[in-house]
Write a protein that binds this ligand. Sequence first.
Ligand code: ISJ
Length: 96
Amino acid sequence: MNERRLEELRREIDKVDEAIIELLGRRLKLAREIGLIKGHNRKIRDLRREQRVLERVKLQASLQQFSPEVAEKIYRILMDYFVSQQEELLRQQRRP
Ligand SMILES: C=C(O[C@@H]1C=C(C(=O)O)C=C[C@H]1O)C(=O)O
């Protein structure tokens, strides 16, 4: 019985993981669009905006009884990645 419940819960976790990755894919598309709007004349990295994102995410994390510190670490990694993807997109645009 416990085994069955464990399998059930793991299937739920798999679904949650799928949703997380799908949302990250959505976030990536949005970040790329923003990168194109910024273009070559504006700095890609916006630390003030990143600070605001971190504040929101940490607040949401605590409302979900999730560690704000862990949420912050995850988001710092994510935002580095999104910035690098925006830069890569603009680099590709420069190539003939
Ligand atoms: C997506 C943006 O570009 C960068 C990436 C951010 C993010 O992933 O949330 C936030 C700020 C910028 O450093 C933006 O300016 O909104």
